[in-house]
Design a protein around this ligand. Structure first.
Ligand code: ATP
Ligand code: MG
Length: 255
């Protein structure tokens, strides 16, 4: 049965999608069968894996709102063992459509993922930068959360709101959900600021902070425009090595 992990932080541009895509790719290369679910209407994870069709009619939107079975929207990626349930631009409307559902609107994704849970070892969910119904659906469906945090000033801004949402989801929807890990992204080991932020985060989250830190690396930012995870774009760059090491740490710690 798959372990379901949401990659979430309502702060924008902190490396959620970069982390979700590259962690999923390296975990798949580690021999695990992996599904990535793109719950962000921006569809960045989908395009990062080579699925650029924003008008795709076999996507998460149809699964959540038109009762398509998850299996029919899932495709194989270029990386062996890695599969994607993509987001199209229609997903932006799902937030409103789900809001109209009278009973169980927070659990639609959980129900849909249950159909395919026995097929995968891990399911990663890339969340949008908001705490709306799509994120709540992702958290309700997950066993754990990975929170990417940018090692810069304002990193802690909004974090208490995020932790409060997880607390509410735990109380009302998903009693066993836990923050499984915190990943420091866009890390600069020469900067005092990065070190200071890391200390603050370690005080808050202790051993949940992954010892692998993700450096700022331009190859990580370039790879998505080629529709490839970094391993297929430049597997020797510092960013690739960091995500490879994060995946090893992840598989060791999170079973
Ligand atoms: P959003 O909140 O919009 O979904 P996000 O949290 O998913 O954003 P990303 O899309 O992963 O963040 O990253 C934001 C931008 O920073 C992207 O252009 C991405 O390519 C770039 N980026 C992410 N991580 C790194 C890194 N370690 N080094 C260099 N650039 C990075
Ligand atoms: Mg994103």
């Amino acid at each position: 049965m798959a372990k379901v992990i949401a990659v979430s932080n309502q702060k924008g541009g902190v490396g959620k999608t970069t982390t979700c895509v590259n962690l999923a790719a390296y975990v798949a290369l580690g021999g695990k069968k992996v599904l990535l679910v793109d719950t962000d209407p921006q569809g960045n994870a989908s395009s990062s894996l080579g699925f650029f069709d924003r008008k795709d009619k076999n996507s998460l939107y149809e699964v959540l709102c038109n009762d398509m079975v998850a299996k029919d929207a899932i495709r194989a990626c270029e990386v062996e063992n890695l599969f994607l349930l993509p987001a199209s631009s229609d997903l932006a409307g799902a937030e409103l459509e789900l809001a109209q559902v009278v009973i169980g609107r927070e659990r639609v994704l959980e129900e849909k993922i249950a159909e395919v849970k026995d097929v995968y070892d891990y399911i990663f969910i890339d969340c949008p930068p908001s705490l709306g119904l799509l994120t709540v659906n992702a958290l309700a469906a997950s066993n754990g959360v990975i929170v990417p945090i940018q090692s810069e000033y304002f990193a802690l801004e909004g974090l208490s709101q995020m932790m409060n949402t997880i607390k509410l989801v735990k109380k009302f929807l998903n009693p066993t959900i836990e923050v499984e890990g915190v990943v420091l992204t866009l890390y600069d080991n020469r900067s005092k600021l990065s070190k200071g932020v890391t200390e603050e985060i370690e005080k808050l989250f202790g051993s949940k902070v992954f010892s692998t830190k993700i450096p700022r690396n331009v190859r990580l930012a370039e790879a998505p425009s080629y529709g490839k995870p970094v391993v297929l774009y430049d597997r020797k760059c510092a960013g690739a090595k960091a995500y490879e090491s994060l995946a090893e740490e992840f598989i060791r710690k999170i079973k």
